[in-house]
Design a protein around this ligand. Sequence first.
Ligand code: ADP
Ligand code: ZN
Length: 623
Amino acid sequence: MSKPAVAPSERMLPDASKALSVLNSVFGLPRFRGAQAEIVAHVTGGGNCLVLMPTGGGKSLCYQLPSLLREGCGIVVSPLIALMRDQVAGLLEAGVKAAVLNSTLSWDEASEIEQRLLAGDLDLLYIAPERLLTPRCLAMLSRARLALFAIDEAHCVSQWGHDFRPEYIGLSVLAERFPKVPRIALTATADELTRQEIVERLALNDAPSFVASFDRPNIRYEIVDKKNAQTQLKAFIAERHPGKAGVVYCLSRAKVEDTAAALSKAGIVALPYHAGLDAEVRARHQDRFLNEEGIVIVATVAFGMGIDKSDVRFVAHLDLPKSIEAYYQETGRAGRDGKPAAAWMTYGLADIVQQRRMIDESPGAEAFKRVSFDKLNALVGLAETTQCRRTRLLGYFGETPKNSKCGNCDNCLSPPNVRDGGVIAQKLLSCVYRTGERFGAAHLIDVLTGRETDRVKQFGHHRLSVFGIGVDMNDKQWRSALRQIVALGHLRPDSEAFGAFKLTESSRDVLKGNTAVMLRDEVPDVSGRRGTSRSRQKSALSPVLDGSSPAHALLSALRAWRSEMARKHGVPAYVVFNDATLEGIAVSRPRTHDQLRAISGIGDKKLERYGDALIALVRSDTR
Ligand code: ADP
Ligand code: ZN
C-alpha cells in the first residue's frame, strides 16, 4: 500500500474518521473494539502508552493503524520469530508494506529491507530485540523516518514476569536514543509488579495506561479434583464437547504422547504436539488443527503462541500450569469467537508437589524462586477457592467485577459444600508431627485410618496416639483434605525428602484452634463434577457450527478453499481469512462484491484478490 493509506478526499477528515476509514479499507473491519479507538488516536497523535489487553483482544491494530496513519515506518519489537512472520504475512495479504528483520534472513535479503526502510518504502518493520539493539541497526534506525516503536509482549522486560527475556532489558535505550518517536508497550499478562517494571524500563512514567478488561465472559471455568485424569478427560470431551476442536495441555512430552494415544483409542481425533516432534510433523498437526473440524490437539506449552483459531471450544489442563498468567493465557485460546467455551482443569495434590519441586530444583536465585512460589500459590488458591473463579482470576489482574458471582463457573453454578475442617486439620497435623514430619500421603492416611501395614508396624506408628483417629473418613476424603490443607499453607511438601510433608508457621495456630480451617466437601462425580448438564451445553451451540445447519456445507467448502490458498501462498490459514470471516460468508451468502465487502475481515485488497473466488464458491453451493 502506498503511504497515503487514505484516499485524498479523506485527508481533510478529522483523525478519528481517518483511522476508521483505514480500519475499514485495509483490515475490512467495521468498527473499533473497546479501547482501540482511544489508543490509536493517542499514539497517532504522538503519545507514549502502555496497553494491557487480554490475548485476542486486538492489540496488533493499536500499533498497526498508527503506523499507517503517521509519517514513517512503525518498528515492532517482538520476541517470537514465528509470530512476526505470520503477522507480516497477514499484513501483506491486506496490502500493507510490511517486512521482518531476523536472523533467518540472508545478508542480501536483510540489506534489501534496510534499503526499503531508508527509502521510506515500508509501513511496518518487525525486528527481534537482539537484532534491534546492535549498534548497526540502531544507527540505521536513526537515519530512517520512524512512525513509532511498538514493544510487543512487553512483560518480557520484567524480571518478575513469567517470561523474562534478558535481551528486552536493553530496550530502555529506545527512550534515550529516540526521544521523539512514540513508544507503545503491549502485553496480555502483567500483574502490578510487572506493570511497574515495564513503565520504569521503557520510560513510560508520564504515559497513560490503557487497561482493557480481562474478562472473557463466554469461557466457563471449571477445576475438578484429579482422580484418573485421562478417564476424566475422555468423559469431559465425549459428554460435553463431542466432535469439537480443543486443546489439551500436559507438562511433559511423554504425557502428551500418552494422552493423545488414549484419546485416539477412545475414538476422539487427537494429535500430539511438542518440541520433540519433527518440525514437519508438528506443522502438519497444527495445520490439521487449524483447517479441519473437531481436531483435539494435545500439547505441551510449546503450542499456542500466535494461534488464531476462533472456534476452539475447550482448553483442558491435565497438569497445573506455573502461574495464573500462564493459566489465563492458555485458557484464553478457547472461545475467541465469543461463543460458549470451557476452560477445564484436573488438579490434585501431586500437582502442587511436582510444581514446588520443579521450582526448588530450578537453578534460579532465591528471590526468583520466592516469586515462583508466590505465583504457584496464587494459582493453587484459584484451584481451591470455594468462591467465584472468575472474580478470583480477575482480582489477580487487579480488576474488581461489579458482580461477585459470575454465574458461569463451576463454583457459581453449583456452590460447593464448605464445612468447618478445624478438627480434621488438627488430626492431620498431629499425625504429621507425631510421625516426625518424614512421611508422605499414603503412610499418613494409613496411620490416621488405623491400618497396620508393615511400614506402620516397622516404625511403631500403630502405638501412637494418632493411630486410627481418622477412621470416620475414607482415603479419598483424607487426600482431598490433605491437598486443601497444603494449599492453605498449613503443611508444606518437604523440599529434601520427596513426598514428605512438614509443618509450617501457621500449623501451630491450627493445632491450637486459633485459625479457622474451612474445607470443601469431596464431590463424588467423575466426569463433569457438579452440574453442567449436557443439554445446557448443547443448547448454547451456535447454529453455524452445528453439523445439521444449512451453512455447514458451505463453511466446509470455504475452509477447504482457504487451506488451498494458504498452502499456495505459504502462510497459515487464518492469515488468509479468520474463522469469523468464513462463518460470516457461510451465513450471509454474498452474491456481489459489495455484499462481500460488508463482511467483517474483508478489506479492499482481499476483496480484489479473493472476491471472485468466494462468490463462485457461494454460487456453486446449491444445497
Ligand atoms: P492480540 O494481539 O491482542 O492477541 P490480535 O491483534 O491478534 O489480538 O487480534 C485478535 C483477533 O481479533 C484477530 O483475529 C483480529 O482480526 C480481531 N480483531 C481485532 N480488532 C478487531 C476489531 N476492531 N473488530 C473485529 N475484529 C477485530
Ligand atoms: Zn463464577
